[in-house]
Design a protein around this ligand. Sequence first.
Ligand code: SAM
Ligand code: SF4
Length: 299
Amino acid sequence: MNRMLLDRYQRPLRNLRLSVTDRCNLRCSYCMPEPDYVWLPREDILQFEEIETLVDVFTNLGVDKVRLTGGEPLLRRDLPELIHRLASRRAIRDLAMTTNGVLLASQASALRDAGLHRLTVSLDSLRPDRFQHLTRFDELARVLDGIAAAAPLFPGLKLDTVVIRGVNDDEMVDLLEFGRRHGAEVRFIEYMDVGGATHWSMPRVVSRREMLATLSAHYGPIAPVVEESSAPADRYTLPDGTTFGIISSTTEPFCESCDRSRLTADGLWYLCLYAAHGTDLRRPLRAGVGAEPLAQLIR
Ligand code: SAM
Ligand code: SF4
């Protein structure tokens, strides 16, 4: 392995978000608010072999955690095959995926069998009308079926909820109770002004401080979990021992300990969710450039 790559703030490059498709079967208002999108042409999307080549370059530079994402990753054809190939790499200590759960019920066991270590399902509301309003599709029942199918197969399942004022901020307790019933840890995410979030505004952000106030008004004293972690979520414990997380990217950003970078489905590499410019890795890859010059480009 090459020397672990550190950036100019001495942060290691350990965590790679790998987008396997730009397509999605939902249109969450905070992410893809328009009814129609022009998707990337098929030939622009990295093939599995190309993904593997790039992942090997990244793991040689210190990446040991890979999270598959999208768009909606379960729309990528033969995804379990890619998972199988990545899971066989010893350099990847942690192979995870974030999904909206719509297609999860029928795929959960294939994902598990392929070697996926950990799973996160996004769930912003338990109310069908709200879910449909938020995502433009009446798919809550399928998401809930997906969670029920995946929870026994993926112990430590996580449920990610973007909390938006006036939209779902009154469901935090219901979501925690739902997570508890499924043995899943809920993580509340502050609404971020990223990418497609065209309707973002600061008054719609529910801060970590407010989330904790709401939850402690209901449950009683909440204690922070003390742990060394580069995970974006700060974890907390309710009086009965139930744990949950808060990702306070907007009001209390964790940039100084962030070790994430992102590779888009068409091979652009971004150092931050807020980054305006990425580095094109597909072009040199397809021009036949070898692993060392690709590593040099990343360095
Ligand atoms: N489609 C999959 C899903 O929804 O889980 C994976 C991709 S999605 C972009 C990954 C996560 O980003 C989801 O949990 C989603 O809620 C979150 N996200 C998207 N836009 C966001 C925003 N503006 N603020 C906070 N989180 C956001
Ligand atoms: Fe699709 Fe996920 Fe974005 Fe929602 S958050 S539109 S499910 S990619």
